[in-house]
Ligand binder design. Structure first.
Ligand SMILES: [Zn+2]
Length: 747
């Protein structure tokens, strides 16, 4: 079957692959001087951050949406939800820029008439992998993306976790919007670069085998680059990597991390929910405080005093149409991270999820760090560290779905009213960790305290850190911890050059995971025991309670590893095969008789970590824990195809209820805790779904280890590997330098 097919054409595959695949990642001076790459250099930005006023924010958002159309969508809550605009004729004149851009993009007066008018637009930037999930309803906001009807659910968009980031509910608190726009630029530039080269465009005459190409729609197969275009693509892929490293301080491991955050999450950014207040540099929207405008724990008979603002309604509509698990709401006037409770009913009580909130807030504080004159953020409950409010957005987003006694139906009279059913919520919509970030004592800090673009992802307490610099990192961490992930990073001494590849969604493959997952050749056929090292990592979590490798024959697995109807990965059928036919191997580099460790976000640091003093590029910039295990590929006949998965259980301590909990007797209520600790958990809103995990396991994508005949390696000159075209390989550590692993389908 599959293994036979693979084995029969393997020598040719390897030879062709190794000879024809350019050495993309060996960056040399000669390769970076290609002229065409300079056609669209990224804009020069001043090294020191500065607070962007409303027109500059819009310019930056327009730049992002036109430069990275595959990874973001810019819209307004007016176009999306039909909301009115706050403000008068003279407010937000710069919105005309947006209307003009919409008109030139769509050429349709009727559709673009919603793009401007009296008052202020409320902009929303959606960051997601639109090519990987074309049927996602948010992607469909972009008229240039078409649904491919036969794969509506199969691609799995409904399981992509939602992240909510709000820059400015109070218009005179200025750090948040700039932080989020600067963060977006780093994310999008990294994801776009990481998506290159797009193997689906590789000309077929340099393609080793048609069915070996890349997990893309069959509908795209007809479109191939010319050889010249393909060389341009490869050149751009090199140049953007080098530019990110040298100009942006984002070397490969960090670029891969940002690309993962883009392609495996759906992040909804509302830079200035209070667009009117931000443009006027005023706290309120008109005369109303939007952060007292939410229907949670407000006083009796005050139903007409919520959802009065367009800021509040914009946020309400975004939450009604998503399933947010984590959020941030940036404010200013002090320096603290606040979580629940922040409402008078629960004064002096802990939220049922307090332990998880405390761990995450502590991680936010560490990663964002301090700088001269500013310590790392203090953190704690809003009741303790800030003050309680009635009608606050934070507690509403955390508890509105499960604490109905605190929620009222709003009946405002502003802007022609707002339907009361818009403040009725199902059991899932409002269960997020939506933390308050009080960025800075000064609501608009001095520019010298904002920080610089130097090494933006490195936590530091030096002068290069600052209010904008540290909140870029804090928001990236929120995107990371929304969902755990496990990733196999290498075989033997071969470390994969790719982690997640943007625009590739293995569930959408016309072939199967087998053809598209990373394929590694290892020598075999010597009938002896032969141990091969597998290396993997775990992220999106704090404590790794257990992690292990499971491996077995591809021939035992179903063709598609995800549910064919929903795209849920791995499918029940796949899990059954793993449970009954696969072998389990514990990590070999963990001490103390456990199989667990700690993520890079844990208060005690990553474990197991690479040995101190490692000085390779990867070791310096890779902070994740590194687990290692050995699988035995000896005694397997050449041609055997092994599927290898890593899996992990994380953060079970989060299920521990706080001591002094309110409401009394309640266990954790949030999505983020239940998704990890409660296997029977199910939540759903607006078509999106959160599932608890069977036995609490989170699975990596598989890799394939293909046992080859050691003779296949005989033609390779291991004294000059690149001359044999070996660009993605490892040698044994003994003096003979035997090839021990080759990444056959590397880009
Ligand atoms: Zn505020």
């Amino acid at each position: 079957k599959r293994a036979t097919t693979r084995a029969r054409r393997l020598p040719a595959t390897i030879t062709m692959t190794l000879l024809l695949r350019p050495a993309l990642f060996i960056i040399t001076a000669a390769l970076t001087s290609a002229a065409a790459v300079e056609e669209s250099p990224p804009p020069q930005r001043e090294e020191q951050y500065k607070i962007l006023p409303s027109p500059d924010l819009l310019n930056r958002l327009l730049y992002l949406s036109t430069t990275y159309p595959n990874f973001c969508t810019l819209t307004t809550t007016q176009e999306w939800f039909g909301l009115p605009r706050a403000g008068e004729d003279g407010d937000c004149p710069f919105d005309e820029l947006y209307a003009a851009s919409q008109k030139s993009a769509q050429g349709d007066d009727e559709k673009t008439s919603a793009a401007s008018g009296k008052g202020c637009n409320n902009y929303v930037l959606i960051i997601q992998d639109k090519e990987a999930y074309p049927n996602d309803p948010d992607v469909q906001l972009d008229v240039n993306f078409q649904t491919s009807s036969q794969q509506q659910q199969q691609e799995g968009w409904k399981f992509v976790p939602d992240v909510f980031l709000s820059g400015s509910v109070h218009g005179n608190e200025r750090v948040g919007p700039t932080s989020l726009v600067e963060m977006s630029e780093l994310l999008l530039e990294s994801a776009a670069c990481e998506s290159l080269p797009r193997m689906k465009f590789q000309p077929s005459d340099s393609n080793d085998n048609d069915d070996d190409a890349s997990g893309q729609d069959t509908t795209n197969d007809a479109v191939k680059f010319t050889q010249e275009q393909w060389e341009q693509e490869l050149s751009t892929a090199q140049t953007c990597r080098q530019s990110l490293t040298t100009n942006k301080g984002i070397p490969s491991p960090l670029r891969q991390w940002l690309a993962r955050l883009v392609t495996t999450r759906r992040t909804i950014i509302i830079p200035t929910a209070n667009a009117l207040g931000y443009s006027r540099n005023k706290r309120e929207e008109g005369s109303i405080d939007p952060n007292r405008d939410f229907p949670f724990d407000i006083e009796q008979y005050h139903e007409s005093e919520c959802m009065q603002t367009i800021a509040g309604r914009s946020i309400n509509e975004l939450w009604r149409s998503h399933l947010f698990q984590i959020g941030l709401t940036f404010h200013g006037g002090m320096e603290v991270i606040g979580y629940e409770w922040g409402a008078p009913t629960y004064l002096n009580l802990d939220a049922p999820d307090a332990l998880a909130q405390d761990q995450i807030a502590h991680a936010y504080s560490r990663y964002s760090n301090g700088f001269p004159g500013h310590v790392p953020y203090d953190f704690g409950t809003m009741n303790d560290k800030v003050y309680y409010v009635r009608g606050g957005m934070e507690d509403w987003a955390f508890a509105g779905s499960w604490d109905p006694d605190r929620v009222v139906q709003c009946t405002p009279t502003t802007y022609g009213g707002y339907p009361p059913e818009k403040t009725v919520y199902n059991n899932s919509t409002l269960r997020a960790f939506n933390m308050l970030i009080e960025t800075s004592d000064k609501k608009e800090p001095l520019r010298e305290d904002l920080g610089s673009r130097h090494d933006p992802l490195i936590s530091t307490n030096g002068r290069e850190n600052g209010h904008v610099a540290r909140n870029i990192r804090l928001a990236l961490l929120a995107m990371d911890v929304v969902e755990p992930y496990v990733s196999i990073r290498g075989v033997e001494e071969l470390m994969f050059e790719d982690d997640v590849i943007p625009t590739m969604n293995l569930k959408r493959s016309p072939t199967s995971y087998y053809d598209d997952a990373k394929l590694v050749w290892v020598p075999g056929g010597d009938k002896k025991s032969s141990m091969r090292k597998i290396t993997w990592t775990v992220g999106g979590a704090m404590t790794i309670d257990g992690t292990e490798i499971v491996y077995g024959l591809w021939d035992d697995l179903p063709t598609q590893l995800a549910e064919s109807t929903s795209g849920l990965y791995p499918s029940m059928e796949t899990r059954n095969v793993i449970d009954t036919k696969f072998q389990v191997v514990q990590p070999s580099n963990v001490e103390g008789g456990t199989s667990g460790g700690r993520s890079r976000w844990h208060a005690d640091g990553a474990y197991p970590a690479e040995p101190e003093g490692g000085d390779t590029y990867e070791q310096i910039y890779n902070y994740d824990p590194v687990f290692k295990a050995l699988i035995d590929t000896g005694k397997m006949p050449p041609g055997t195809a092994i599927a290898v998965f890593a899996r992990a259980k994380v953060d079970k301590d989060w299920a521990t209820s706080a001591a002094n909990v309110g409401p009394a007797g309640l266990g954790p209520a949030s999505h983020i805790v239940n998704a990890r600790t409660n296997p029977s958990y199910f939540a759903s809103n607006a078509g999106k779904v959160i599932h608890g995990r069977e036995y609490s396991w989170w699975y990596s994508d598989p890799i394939t280890v293909l046992v080859g005949d050691a003779k296949e390696a005989e033609g390779w000159d291991i004294n000059d590997p690149t001359a044999s075209g070996l660009t993605h390989f490892s040698l044994s550590s003994n003096a003979r330098g035997v090839v021990t692993a080759v990444h056959v389908n590397a880009r």
